[in-house]
Design a protein around this ligand. Structure first.
Ligand code: GLU
Length: 300
């Protein structure tokens, strides 16, 4: 273990759209081990902002599973559904700074006229200089400038993106009136003083958007590490949509060892005979994320 660094504040931020499955367990275990290896604080934040996707009881179920795995959080869990006022204040700060604009485009209109970058649709800027006559505002977008935004990922190396040509003006308040993930995550990471973000590589492409918002708002940028995502035999991310099976809270040692194998930590076979606390202590001491360098996905 490294010497105490009280500055390390990490987090696991699940969306309670269902029970914890192997893919989300990897993000929980990876962020926990990285925090604890650095003698840091590890927090859990429930990202239950997307009410239509949130499943009743899932947040409690996730917390019970984390406890069963010995992954104990250090401060009170915060719930995004209770933080609307904070998102609203930040939204107003951006809006009054003339950094946002209302957008009337439907998904179909965007799909019909958008430019493409890799698989992403780039908003073509239709409403950037005002709503077309007769149209009403649906979502709110933040103007991105032509600057390149880069960061050094803890596993994936140096990344540089031009938001204007690779992402486009992106949504901070959705057509259904809910604040968007990109806005909420930036507000909450700053609010909770997060210094290190360890999460799945499915969010890799969101990071420059988040750094851009941090700069607009004068927030510090945490260190980012994107872990390989667990995929099924078809190469699809394990998720509720791909019917990933929930992790079993009854046999945490076996599942934790599976997670450690996935994370290439090479746990010795005899650990299977030890109790949960011993397995976690071994994993914290031996955590070596560099074994995952450059890996974006691994079959589960
Ligand atoms: N709530 C997001 C998810 O479950 C993760 C957000 C994050 O770690 O930044 O995909």
């Amino acid at each position: 273990m490294l010497p105490p660094t009280s500055q390390y504040r990490g987090r696991f931020a699940p969306s309670p759209t269902g029970p914890l499955h192997f893919g989300s367990l990897i993000a929980a275990v990876g962020s926990y081990l990285d925090a604890k290896h650095h003698n840091g604080i590890w927090l859990v934040r429930m990202e239950d902002l997307d009410i239509p996707r949130t499943v009743k009881g899932a947040a409690d179920d996730i917390l019970r599973t984390l406890e069963a795995y010995g992954l104990h959080w250090d401060e009170t869990v915060i719930y995004q559904s209770q933080r609307t006022l904070a998102y609203h204040a930040t939204f107003e700060q951006l809006r009054t700074g003339n950094l946002l604009y209302p957008c009337a485009c439907s998904r179909k209109e965007i799909a019909d006229s958008a430019l493409h970058h890799c698989d992403e649709l780039i908003y073509p800027g239709t409403c950037r200089n005002g709503l077309p006559p007769g149209k009403t505002a649906r979502a709110w977008r933040v103007r991105v400038d032509d600057a390149r935004i880069g960061f050094t990922d803890g596993l994936q190396g140096n990344i540089m993106q031009n938001l204007a040509s690779e992402i486009g003006d992106f949504v901070v308040k959705r057509a259904d009136g809910l604040f968007a993930y990109q806005l909420a995550v930036v507000v909450d990471d700053a609010f909770q003083g997060i210094t290190h973000i360890v999460r799945g590589a499915d969010l890799f492409n969101s990071t420059t958007r988040q750094i851009y918002l941090q700069r607009l708002l004068g927030f510090p940028t945490p260190a980012y590490t994107h872990l390989p995502i667990a995929v099924n035999a078809q190469g699809e991310k394990l998720s509720k949509q791909t019917l990933a099976t929930p992790v079993d809270a009854k046999d945490p040692v076996a599942m934790l060892l599976r997670a450690l194998v996935f994370l290439r930590q090479e746990p010795p076979a005899e650990l299977a005979n030890y109790d949960l606390g011993s397995v976690l202590s071994w994993a914290i001491i031996h955590w070596n994320k560099s074994r995952l360098n450059w890996i974006m996905q691994i079959p589960a």
